[in-house]
Design a protein around this ligand. Structure first.
Ligand SMILES: Cc1cc2nc3c(=O)[nH]c(=O)nc-3n(C[C@H](O)[C@H](O)[C@H](O)COP(=O)(O)OP(=O)(O)OC[C@H]3O[C@@H](n4cnc5c(N)ncnc54)[C@H](O)[C@@H]3O)c2cc1C
Ligand SMILES: *[C@@H]1O[C@H](CO)[C@@H](O)[C@H](O)[C@H]1NC(C)=O
Ligand SMILES: *[C@@H]1O[C@H](CO)[C@@H](O)[C@H](O)[C@H]1NC(C)=O
Ligand SMILES: *[C@@H]1O[C@H](CO)[C@@H](O)[C@H](O)[C@H]1NC(C)=O
Ligand SMILES: *[C@@H]1O[C@H](CO)[C@@H](O)[C@H](O)[C@H]1NC(C)=O
Ligand SMILES: *[C@@H]1O[C@H](CO)[C@@H](O)[C@H](O)[C@H]1NC(C)=O
Length: 503
């Protein structure tokens, strides 16, 4: 199992060199704990007992080494929405900075582990309750992908979850949530019926199509700018085992593979097979000093060689590992915690076959410059937001992403892992150069899109994420933000500053 799905860990990727304004103290990257936070922690300790942790004796791990290196004032693990409200009231009354952790897969210090402030760790909010004749489930705001898959599989159900088990429901769904099931059901944010959310004044609210519809719209793509989501009520559907196949190709097959993968995603006859998904990877393998093209075929029926992949399957492979099993098995890779540094950066483009091959060349040229970096694992990853998933974005009043088009949109993720802080600048430069050249090329080809997937954006791209949703949505989100958080506690001038801020 681990061997077959090891390349899934490729989807794992990266972070950022210099700490952005994500820290707890005063906007510098210092790790000082303010006296405000000392008092807030002392009060939380009295109320929360064993759910409270001082950093000196905290057994805490988080995915990215840069976030692992952060020193919070203290960490607190709420078990209910009421706990979250009480914690928030305490933090606001002491005016203490904080970060909220869902699955903790962000890459920048302060995104989900607070630099000198309080880390509000939602991991105990991980319950999964199946509702309404198996068509919905209420999922805790701190649940991980694998916890949800496992709970639903006991009833032969599934949901629109991600590709890696340790990723959190929280960040994944609030930003978008692309899934092997997305061609059929859309992205995760379009499969949430109701949010339970704690607002900055400490009240517990629900948002759905009919109840607080503005807040419902805003939570569908607005990230961590509106409140702390303590539960998501999501669509569930009957689901059996899925087919997954990982293949790698020799360099002289690249053109053929790109041709067939491009056809798969753009030819209506093929892409209308809604059971199908395909993720493309181009990666540098330091051990063998070579670049390798690979792909993951996904099919949400237990079919051994799905006909939709017939043309791709005729291309000779270097290796092929196939499995049929439950999603919880397919997403259960080895995902090491707190030891590796990561950087993600992204762009989205209209379909272009030539951009794909030229994009791989650009990536390769830029990676050539930093091959000396210890632990280097850079990936160029691409898959589309399919036509059908775009249609699902209009359901129940629509989401905030501002995507409306008749053809698929290809997401490109440059995702790099490495070992040492000494190389942060190298990886940062490689990534920025790659993105800049890809953007220039896309502009010249007339295939750019202003949309950037928030969950794949780098800190350097953060200020362009919400403008990429379009002027109208940006302004609507800002209006809603102001109305639910009039004091700006969840803005870049307030107490919860990490990740991608709207204001
Ligand atoms: C190995 C790996 C695999 C991935 N695979 C996929 C994939 O298949 N598809 C995909 O779309 N994306 C994928 N991603 C990207 C992923 O969606 C983002 O990294 C996402 O932000 C992670 O969410 P998290 O809860 O784990 O992270 P966190 O760092 O905990 O959260 C991200 C941000 O959201 C906020 N947040 C989290 N939970 C809540 C909540 N309940 N209420 C309010 N705010 C909250 C946090 O404060 C933080 O600022 C992957 C990332 C990694 C590292
Ligand atoms: C900000 O914090 C840093 C680190 O804690 C400290 O060195 C610096 O003096 C502070 N600056 C101000 C203006 O308070
Ligand atoms: C630390 O946490 C891990 C995972 O939750 C657990 O397996 C381990 O036993 C814990 N160690 C200590 C010293 O508590
Ligand atoms: C789930 O599906 C399997 C295989 O079809 C079946 O044997 C099992 O009884 C089902 N479980 C439930 C809870 O329906
Ligand atoms: C591709 O390269 C492999 C060796 O890596 C070789 O065996 C094969 O014949 C080549 N195929 C073509 C079409 O050139
Ligand atoms: C909390 O904020 C919400 C949104 O602004 C508002 O509707 C509600 O009246 C506020 N409640 C309290 C008790 O302040």
């Amino acid at each position: 199992m681990t061997r077959i799905f090891a390349p899934l860990a490729c989807l794992v990727a990266t972070a950022y060199a210099t700490a952005p304004v994500h820290d707890g103290a005063n906007g510098s990257s210092g790790q000082a704990v303010t006296s405000n936070c000392k008092y807030a922690c002392a009060q939380l300790r009295l109320t929360f007992g064993s759910a409270f942790h001082w950093p000196q004796n905290d057994n805490f791990t988080i995915w990215d080494a840069k976030q692992q290196e952060v020193h919070p004032a203290c960490r607190i693990e709420p078990s209910s929405a009421t706990d979250v409200a009480e914690i928030l009231n305490t933090l606001v009354s002491h005016w203490c900075y904080f970060s909220v952790k869902g699955g903790g897969h962000s890459r920048n210090p302060g995104d989900s582990n607070s630099v000198g402030g309080v880390t509000v760790d939602l991991n105990r909010l991980s319950g999964v309750e199946i509702l309404q004749g198996n068509s919905r489930a209420r999922v805790g705001g701190g649940a991980t992908t694998i916890q949800v898959y496992e709970a639903l599989e006991s009833r032969n159900l599934s949901f629109v979850g991600g590709r890696v088990g340790s990723v959190g429901m929280g960040g994944f769904t609030l930003g978008g949530g692309t899934s092997p099931f997305s061609n059929k059901h859309g992205w995760s944010l379009d499969n949430v019926y109701e949010y339970e959310v704690v607002l900055s004044n400490g009240t517990i609210n629900t948002a759905s199509e009919t109840h607080n519809p503005d807040l419902y719209f805003a939570l569908r793509g607005g990230g961590n700018n509106f409140g702390i989501v303590t539960a998501f009520t999501v669509r569930t559907f009957p689901q059996g085992p899925v087919f997954t196949s990982m293949t790698t190709y020799a360099a002289n097959q690249s053109d053929e593979v790109l041709d067939k993968v491009y056809d798969l995603h753009t030819d209506k006859r093929l892409s209308s097979d809604k059971e199908m998904g395909y993720d493309l990877y181009y990666s540098y393998d330091a051990e063998n000093d070579e670049f390798t093209l690979s792909g993951t075929q996904r099919y949400s029926k237990p079919v051994r060689n799905p006909p939709v992949f017939a043309a791709i399957d005729r291309i000779p492979t270097l290796s092929r590992n196939t499995n049929i099993g439950p999603m919880s098995e397919a997403v259960d890779g080895t995902d090491s915690m707190g030891t590796t540094r990561h950087l993600f950066a992204t762009l989205s483009v209209a379909p272009s076959r030539s951009l794909l091959s030229k994009g791989l060349e650009i990536f390769q040229e830029e990676v050539e410059n930093i091959k000396h970096v210890p632990g280097l694992v850079p990936n160029f990853i691409s898959y589309p937001l399919q036509r059908n998933a775009i249609k699902a974005m209009k359901l129940r009043g629509g989401n905030a992403l501002g995507i409306d088009r008749d053809e698929p949109l290809f997401l490109i993720l440059i995702s790099t892992a490495w070992s040492n802080s000494a190389n942060d600048a190298d990886v940062n430069r490689m990534t920025e150069n790659t993105i800049k050249r890809l953007n220039t090329m896309a502009t010249n080809m007339g295939v750019t899109s202003q949309y950037k997937y928030i969950n794949y954006a780098s800190a350097a791209q953060a200020s362009t994420v919400f403008p990429g949703y379009g002027d109208e949505n940006l302004q609507r989100l800002q209006r809603i933000q102001k109305s639910v958080d009039p004091r700006g506690i969840f803005t870049s001038k307030g107490l919860w500053r990490g990740f991608v801020k709207l204001v």
